[in-house]
Write a protein that binds this ligand. Structure first.
Ligand code: MN
Length: 225
């Protein structure tokens, strides 16, 4: 059997086994605009990555195959600790085990081809090593998942800089909506969408990022695999 994928826990030797990774699409208005879409309150949509796309940080990730346009997307990460279906917005935080920060790495050229052809996004989003995630902070120690700076820098130059208050669909809202389609379970990870400023990475780039009060990360892009 393959090892069970897991995410580190801040200040502990414990690890949270990962069941699934859900990602929210277009959840910041300025990012929706940069992707050529009107930011609206139309229902949020989701896509997934395999559990073993999760990687501890700091790490070095080989530049992935079959792309010339690897993009960074810094995102607040939520981990579900208690499962449920049809969770009410008011109860969502009782189901959240912890929070962190991660990068939804994207082969943008493959995603764009898929969009154009009406094909699934998996080859653009769900590839090997596509979800580096910093150690989770237990929710009791998290100051807020509703406000706080979220940022990403490449080689020290800030490229993404926003606030969780800019989320179109808040954590309470999108987790409640997700639970209407899928029964959530312990170890489900949710990457909550990226703010504006996504751009290409090249071999040798050192990517840093964080959400204030929650976590920071560092990822180096290595040579092509
Ligand atoms: Mn994303």
């Amino acid at each position: 059997p393959a090892p069970i994928p897991s995410v580190a826990v801040d200040g502990s030797e414990d690890r949270l086994p990962v069941r699934r990774i859900f990602c929210v699409g277009r959840n910041y208005a300025a990012h929706a605009r940069e992707m050529g879409k009107d930011p609206t309150r139309e229902a949020p949509f989701f896509f997934t990555k395999p559990a073993d796309a999760a990687l501890d940080t700091p790490c070095t990730i080989p530049y992935p195959p079959q792309t010339e346009d690897l993009h960074h997307e810094i995102e607040l990460v939520i981990a579900i600790g208690k499962g449920g279906r049809n969770i009410a917005e008011a109860d969502v935080m009782d189901h959240v085990w912890g929070a962190s920060v991660g990068i939804d790495l994207t082969r943008r050229d493959l995603q764009a081809e898929a969009k154009k052809a009406g094909r699934p996004w998996d080859w653009g989003k769900a590839f090997d090593n596509s979800a580096p995630i910093a150690a989770l902070k237990p929710i009791a120690d998290v100051p807020s998942v509703e406000q706080g700076r979220i940022w990403l820098a490449v080689n020290g130059e800030v490229r993404q800089d926003a606030d969780l208050a800019d989320l179109i669909w808040s954590v309470r809202e999108h987790v409640a909506i997700l639970s209407q389609s899928m029964a959530l379970a312990p170890g489900d990870i949710i990457m909550t969408g990226t703010p504006a400023g996504v751009a290409a990475l090249v071999e040798g780039d050192v990517v840093t990022g964080g959400v204030d009060g929650i976590a920071t990360l560092e990822v180096t892009i290595g040579p092509r695999a």
